[in-house]
Design a protein around this ligand. Structure first.
Ligand code: ADP
Length: 285
């Protein structure tokens, strides 16, 4: 059982062939809405891969909140522990240019996910094999979740995205930390030093270059990216699933690279998330 503690957002995606400069208005090509948020994305990715997934999060009492919850339920995620707050649901405004994205997140209800709420979910956390946490919820809530995991002796993967500097304790107590390259540069003054300091804990994703950790590099699969939104989320869910079921770090990274490579072939974070059978077939090619 995997428990995700994190955000649910509605992603509002505008696709254009150039990025507007400050003060400039351009005509784009397409507008779409996609359910997202790093927490919800990781929940969907893990569920598609066949995991038993519980989501702990917060939505607003608005149509986006209902839709975000329904989407997870349809994917087979346990949604009973998603609360609702008297504010807007989280949204992410995403600009896609040539498959690369720039994102503004308005946290809304995600910032009403409190340490007290986490405390009421202690039994859910205790009944998990692994917990996945990201940083689109308040840092004090991340700290409470980390503390709870530690107290009930359940490992957690911290995906420190979006990056911010973190109390040492949250890093020290994590079983794994999975920044991408730019997040790693914000978190650590010297990445090589950090890799040495956190062997087999710090796992840095490097896009098309794959993954590095102390003493290891696991190559990505060569694919052409359509939309990389959600690559990291797919990677983290797949990594968590494999590590929880006893795979080695290098096996888990290879599987997670394959899952992410399949996911970036479609528009939107959740649309292209593969099933376990699809990942296995892709790895055999
Ligand atoms: P994020 O999406 O969080 O910024 P990365 O860009 O590092 O993180 O991507 C996460 C993972 O997704 C990578 O480790 C890799 O497995 C996969 N990935 C991302 N971009 C590509 C790409 N262009 N080709 C192949 N795999 C990719």
């Amino acid at each position: 059982r995997i428990t995700i503690i994190g955000s649910l957002n509605m992603d509002l995606t505008a696709t254009s062939n150039k990025r507007p400069a400050a003060g400039e208005t351009i005509l784009g090509e397409r507008f779409e809405t996609f359910p997202g948020g790093k927490g919800a994305n990781q929940a969907v990715a893990a569920a598609r891969l066949g995991a038993d997934v519980t989501m702990i999060g917060m939505v607003g009492k608005d149509p986006f909140g209902n839709e975000l919850t329904q989407v997870l339920r349809r994917e087979g995620v346990e949604t009973e522990h998603i609360g609702s707050a008297d504010t807007s649901s989280g949204v992410a405004v995403i600009q896609v240019v040539d498959g690369d994205n720039s994102i503004t997140v308005i946290p809304g209800a995600n910032f009403q996910l409190t340490p007290d709420y986490i405390e009421t979910k202690r039994d859910v956390i205790q009944n998990s094999d692994i917990v996945l946490i990201q940083l689109e919820i308040p840092l004090e809530t991340v700290a409470a979740a980390a503390k709870c995991c530690k107290e009930v002796n359940v490992p957690y993967i911290l995906n420190p995205a979006p990056a911010q500097s973190l109390p040492e304790e949250i890093i020290n107590q994590a079983a794994y930390i999975t920044p991408n390259e730019s997040e790693a540069m914000i978190l650590f003054e010297d990445i090589n030093e950090a890799l040495k300091k956190f062997p087999d804990k710090l796992v840095i994703t490097k896009g098309e270059e794959g993954v590095v950790y102390s003493g290891g590099h696991v190559a990505a699969f060569p694919v052409s990216a359509v939309d990389t939104t959600g690559a990291g989320d797919t990677f983290n869910a797949a990594l968590g699933l494999k590590l929880a079921s006893g795979s080695s770090l290098s096996e888990a990274c290879s599987y997670a690279n394959a899952a992410a490579a399949l996911q970036i072939g479609s528009h939107g974070a959740q649309a292209g998330m593969p099933t376990d059978a699809e990942v296995i077939a892709f790895m055999r090619q």
